[in-house]
Design a protein around this ligand. Structure first.
Ligand code: ADP
Ligand code: MG
Length: 351
């Protein structure tokens, strides 16, 4: 009898694994407007509004390190990352369900701090916490958040919708969350070697906050609605610009050209990256967890969009299917591999 061959998950990676798992899952179009494959699912509600639903898991040791992640921040972040997915559909989050699996090393006070963060975020984003589940964990702490929101049926921004010659815009600045993570990892390493050393975090506040306590860009979605701006496609930057722009290209059947000099990177991110011997552009392209919005729009909307604070064009859409090109500051054109954050792919080539 021949031994059954098992395929390690790492040979597929997150996205191919999801594709494989959900193959053949049935979707009744009357009940579900949009199923798997975007930042959130869309379910019809009333004639002119739909529900937007998304879920995310934060797992100790994979998504956060309990030695330097304050639980209050973790709770806050767990809501933010899901709200960000609702923003990516141009929707408004309204309700949250939070499930936790808690190992016995955590006390009531610890989990209380986690919930302080969760409640703060719910209050800041106008979300009602309406349920969840609580269980013990034999490994690490797991926090899973399901978010429900609403969107005008005519204003949904899918990943599929980018057209050749559309401009590609991004909000805020990129790479800071990754730079913050590297500083935390560095300080942890130094502390592990010598427990008398105190972490050196002064001056890094901005990038640490971007890593530990990010915000979702509901302000941008509000501006879109107020100024009647409807992007042709949109995604939130959770995995990294290179990976997330590829999702837009794949879903839309287009390509993209991004200009390195246009990618917004904060001064402290550049300074920290240089200190750590990392190219700041690499932080912005592959770092992930910035929770900014990446979207496309026709040229005719350029002026309206550029009037939004901190939003800028970084490239344009091309007709070359799934081709992601970066025009470097030296003028070279390079093909970018889709290589952002993937929790299943342990070996990372550049970071
Ligand atoms: P995001 O990074 O925006 O949170 P993901 O990359 O996690 O999105 O997921 C991409 C798509 O795959 C989403 O539509 C999500 O709902 C779906 N998905 C992810 N994991 C699963 C799963 N285990 N079963 C069904 N659908 C999944
Ligand atoms: Mg997303």
């Amino acid at each position: 009898m021949s031994a059954k061959k098992f395929t390690p998950i790492s040979t597929l990676g997150e996205f191919k694994l999801i594709e494989k798992l959900v193959e053949g899952a049935s979707v009744n179009k009357k009940l579900t407007k949009l199923g798997i494959g975007d930042d959130a699912a869309i379910i019809p509600h009333l004639e002119k509004t739909d529900y937007v639903i998304s879920t995310d898991v934060l797992d100790e040791g994979v998504h956060f390190d309990s030695t330097y992640t304050p639980l209050k921040h973790l709770g806050y972040k767990s809501i933010v990352v899901s709200v960000s997915d609702i923003c990516a559909m141009n929707g408004r989050a309204t309700h949250a369900l939070v499930s936790i699996a808690v190992p016995n090393k955590y006390s009531v006070e610890h989990i209380g701090a986690l919930y302080e963060g969760i409640k703060n975020a719910c209050s800041n984003y106008g979300i009602d916490l309406v349920g969840g589940d609580t269980t013990s964990s034999s490994t690490g702490l797991v926090v899973s958040v399901t978010i429900i929101g609403k969107v005008d049926s005519g204003s949904i921004t899918y990943r599929a919708g980018a057209k050749p010659n559309d401009l590609l815009f991004v909000s805020g600045d990129l790479g800071a969350a990754y730079a913050g993570l590297q500083v935390l990892e560095r300080e942890k390493y130094i502390f592990d070697k010598n427990t008398n050393m105190q972490p050196e975090l002064v001056g890094y506040e901005y990038i640490l906050e971007r890593q530990l306590k990010p915000e979702a860009r509901i302000d941008i979605v509000d501006r879109f609605n107020k100024n009647q701006i409807l992007p042709s496609s949109m995604i939130d930057l959770s995995d990294g610009l290179s990976s997330d722009v590829f999702h837009i290209c794949k879903s839309s059947g287009v390509g993209v050209k991004i200009f390195e000099e246009k990618i917004p990177i904060s001064e402290i991110t550049i300074k920290t990256a240089n200190e750590l011997n990392i190219n700041p552009t690499i932080c912005a392209l592959h770092g992930g967890e910035d929770y900014e919005l990446l979207f496309t729009a026709p040229l005719s909307l350029r002026e309206k969009i550029e009037s939004i604070d901190g939003v800028q064009p970084i490239g344009h859409i091309t007709s070359k299917r799934e081709e992601v090109k970066l025009v470097t500051t030296l003028g070279d054109e390079i093909d970018m591999a889709s290589d952002g954050w993937d929790s299943f792919l342990t070996e990372k080539s550049h970071i």
